[in-house]
Design a protein around this ligand. Sequence first.
Ligand code: JFZ
Length: 458
Amino acid sequence: MKCAHHAALATTVAIAIFSSILNADEAAPVPDNPAATQTSTSRATALAAWKQAKFGLFMHWGVYSIYGGTYKGKELWSAEWIQENAKIPFDEYAAVAAEWNPSKFDADAWVTLAKNAGMGYIVITAKHHDGFAIYPSKASSYNLMNWSKTYKGPDPLAALRDACRKHGLLFGIYYSPLEFRLSKKGFHKGDAELLAAGFKYETLGPKPYASNADVVKMAEAQIKELAEWYQPDILWFDGTWNAMGDWSEGDARQALETIRKAVPNVLINNRLGTKDVDFNTVEGKLPETAPKGTWEYCWNLGVFWGYNPRNYTPERVGTPERYIETLVQVTSMGGNYLLNVGPRPDGTFHPMAIEYLTAIGQWTRVNGECVYGASPAPFAKPAWGYATSKEDKLYLIIKTFPESGIIEFPALPTPAERAYVLSDPNHSPLKLNQSEAKWSVELTTRTPFTVVAIELKK
Ligand code: JFZ
């Protein structure tokens, strides 16, 4: 950070304040997503900026990316869980980690890719369940900057943080306190043979920590590092679920206190393991009706979180429209959307990921108005697609066109002034009928995810 010499003199809290002032100055305006800056002076403004940003890029990147779901020639339905799923001995995994050299890592390229897709934030894995951190942690030598025999830097977290500040995106960090090797219900679960042979979780390398208490202590220390050093806008926790038994509510409360002291306005998801967090995580299948509270939906481009080359088949990734639809659907239910892509071990993205993100960006650039800062429409999901709204506008996002080209929707209490297609540069007025309980517009286009803007009387 450029302010390092000042920071040395300051208290933790002062660093937080100083860096947020610095960020305000540095944040470049983002024409297609103007509120996605990290100038948060309160948790409320932080939350508002995150909601405005709406769409983020999630990235699972670690030693598992090297395996790409294949172990000893065997192709597994696996990515970031491969150490656990293939029961890879720790020493062997740690040896692979030592050879990791993401020489093509380019923070600016990653952030630009996200920005060009119309995303206003990123979330990057600092440490996943394999225990390997990608930043120069002082709390554990088992990290990229220390462990790799060849990687020369930069620190990926610092570089991404700086690139986010430069390009006006919010910066988020994913962290999992849980580690396979110390979870008695995790690694080698039920492996009677190993247990009979005297298998002990505590004796497995790499050092320096050797017990469950140690791993919690290390997690507390790493969480402190992540909050203090990187001043993230978002801390995205995972791997604290009780079934694994490694992380107590007390541990979570202590972490929360540390975090709020270091970076008071950071947004925290509900997987830290304590209350007083900022948003709920929704994953898997999208619910039919809006989840309660503030929420973010996360899922993959395709089927895997970490890199697996077998992710990139047309059946698995579908079409770019699938992700545009999810973005619109999530917006129509009042949520945020965190789309995950696993970068390749060398620091590049699979060409198909780039192609899809670019295609999504072509749509958001033209139609983003119906997404950024938009709320659900004041009526239930229409049969032809989705609807969102702003104070004096209604947006109709049409997926399936009726034969007639006439799109019907419930009448609003405020009269409409005009209607036009967002992608029409002239905004030529559409035929708008608002004489009945049902209003309608008539369209000549049949392009899926065409957006009609309806301006209401002010
Ligand atoms: C977790 C991780 O185990 C996984 O590797 C990935 O990082 C993902 C984002 O998070 O997996 C989960 C966690 C919680 C649920 C499902 C998968 N859940 O609550 O349904």
